[in-house]
Design a protein around this ligand. Structure first.
Ligand SMILES: [Zn+2]
Length: 81
């Protein structure tokens, strides 16, 4: 699940190589301000996202097209599964 929401509620999707750790991403995206409509800080690491194979999602860092194998990135990268 390589999607991160910044504190403004914008989605950031990453490929396996670029997905940052929770600590790294929070420093970059976790305190940009609050989201719209009084929602407060919307930051979320490893958030839910649509299946990447169904639309043309790209990594925000390197521009690689995200595929089905990227859907479970969190498990493979951070839990060794
Ligand atoms: Zn990338």
């Amino acid at each position: 699940m390589p999607r991160i929401y910044d504190s403004l509620n914008n989605a950031h999707d990453y490929c396996a190589d670029c997905f940052p750790s929770e600590e790294e991403s929070f420093q970059e995206l976790g305190a940009l301000g609050d989201g719209p409509d009084g929602r407060g800080n919307c930051y979320g690491w490893d958030a839910e996202h649509p299946p990447y194979e169904e639309e043309d999602y790209k990594c925000v860092s390197c521009g690689a097209t995200l595929e089905e194998k990227d859907n479970d990135l969190y498990l493979t990268k951070f839990r060794g599964m």
